[in-house]
Design a protein around this ligand. Structure first.
Ligand code: ARG
Length: 467
């Protein structure tokens, strides 16, 4: 509308609702991180105690002030843990909330805690400690998942199932071997976790705002007190680095991708059409309308969590990609991504560990499927090479004709008569039937890492010694 008064009115409406009090309310809403960074309270307090102790040791603050600070921080810790602490959004973040409360509790000595540090190195410390602890939990969770797979692999080292490529029956394998494929995947995830812990094991505190400090601090002392290997080496990098969070999210994304592939297999295997496994009631649900159904909800949700976790990685990469050195407030957006991904990953690993341990393996169904789809065709071709001296390409051709004949007769390869097979190639003898069963096929694949039960058992022992 051209009329001036209604223009004023419509721009005033911008401050309506939650932002009724105008720009201040908007600023508070966009600026405050206390809603999510309160999760860092324990790390913040631990960091402050280490910092204050070092300041006193170096003679930068008095022992008396240090004692007051430590005592006050201990009180705050129990207030937060008992739920008595009142978080204030006006105080923006966890650092200021704790410092303000400390001032109320101990008076002017509280003001000495922030000597020779800044919120920039403080938040870098708190968050790094949190991520490091989360990775330690992830390592344990992955170890439990690997242990579940090792048990199932041992139990099913001889259970034959179809191996697939393109989701088409390819060659018989064992379920134990298939389980061990996941042990390899989650084993790689776990070594990425261990490597990342090593990588981020440097203490940021003492980098101050970005340039370091003129106070005679001892960064080695705080590093040691907080369980880090050593202090970081460049104060500018220290306050602008979020690689530890990005590494966590990359590792989480790759692990979630593995979990999602497993979830997809569980969904497929538990259909009546496949029927390879039966999920326990604990990890499935019934349908509200179709009484015959048992839905693999937990697996489906694990598959879906991967989307959230990958999203968090992309979000933080995008936040970081254009930032000049050193700290920018953009970096405050790092935490929710990591917290959300961590929660999703923990839950997904726990659900998978439960499903793997609880599912009933239907060996009869797996075996029946393993024998269909001409899964031993490669064994016939290999036999022709080994026993009849054919070049592999010719053997492949002969086998193709045998498969065509079996298809025409509506039977499996092993059901063709010797006469049928000899009508295709005269070099074929009765002995060929030894390799056409799924058990013989599987037992013959003794190459290192192959599907033969004896070989799979070797790999299980190798992992057991390392798990
Ligand atoms: N809440 C802030 C964050 O999470 C803490 C650091 C604030 N530093 C600053 N210079 N404003 O990043």
């Amino acid at each position: 509308m051209a009329d001036g008064s209604s223009e004023t009115k419509s721009s005033n409406q911008m401050w309506g609702g939650r932002f009724a009090s105008g720009p201040d309310a908007i600023m508070e809403e966009i600026n405050a991180s206390i809603g999510f960074d309160k999760k860092l309270y324990a790390q913040d307090i631990r960091g402050s105690i280490a910092h204050a102790t070092m300041l006193a040791h170096q003679g930068i603050i008095s022992a008396d002030d240090k004692d007051k600070i430590v005592h006050g921080l201990d009180t705050i810790l129990s207030e937060i843990e008992s739920g008595a602490f009142e978080f204030s959004r006006r105080l923006e973040d966890i650092h200021m909330n704790i410092e303000a409360r400390l001032a109320t509790l101990i008076g002017p000595a509280a003001g000495r805690l922030h000597t020779a540090r800044s919120r920039n190195d403080q938040v870098a410390l708190d968050f790094r400690l949190w991520v490091k602890e989360e990775l330690q939990k992830t390592e344990k969770a992955l170890t439990a998942l690997i242990a579940a797979f090792l048990d199932r692999a041992e139990e099913h080292a001889d259970t034959v199932m179809p191996g697939f490529t393109h989701l088409q029956t390819a060659q018989p394998v064992t379920f134990g071997h298939h389980c061990m494929a996941y042990v390899e995947m989650f084993g790689r995830d776990r070594s990425r976790v261990r490597h990342a812990i090593e990588h981020m094991d440097e203490s940021p505190i003492g980098a101050a705002a970005l340039a370091g400090t003129g106070f005679p601090i001892d960064r080695h002392m705080t590093a040691k007190a907080l369980g880090f290997r050593e202090p970081t080496r460049n104060s500018i990098d220290t306050v602008s680095d979020r690689d530890f969070a990005l590494e966590f999210l990359s590792i989480a994304s790759i692990a979630a991708t593995h979990l999602s592939r497993l979830a997809e297999e569980i969904v497929i295997w538990s259909t009546p059409q496949f029927g390879f496994i039966r999920l326990s009631d604990a990890f499935s649900t019934g349908s509200s309308i179709m009484p015959q159904k048992k839905n693999p909800d937990a697996a489906e949700l694990v598959r879906a969590k991967t989307g959230r976790i990958n999203g968090s990685l992309v979000a933080l990469l995008t936040v970081m990609k254009g930032l000049p050195l050193a700290y920018s407030k953009d970096m405050q957006e790092d935490k929710e991504q990591v917290f959300d991904a961590a929660e999703s990953l923990e839950l997904a690993i726990a659900a998978m560990t439960g499903m793997v341990r609880d599912m009933t393996v239907r060996a009869d169904r797996m075996k029946a499927a393993a024998g269909s789809g001409y899964s031993t065709a490669t064994d016939l071709a290999d036999w022709l090479v080994r026993e009849a001296g054919l070049p592999f390409r010719d053997a492949h051709h002969v086998t193709g004709r045998a498969v065509a004949l079996a298809e025409q007769k509506g039977c499996d390869l092993a059901d063709l008569s010797l006469a049928d097979l000899q009508s295709i190639n005269l070099a074929i003898t009765e002995k060929v039937f030894d390799v056409l069963t799924v058990e013989a096929s599987v037992a013959s694949r003794t190459s290192f890492g192959g599907t033969a039960p004896a070989e799979v058992r070797k790999q299980i022992s190798w992992w057991r010694a390392r798990n």
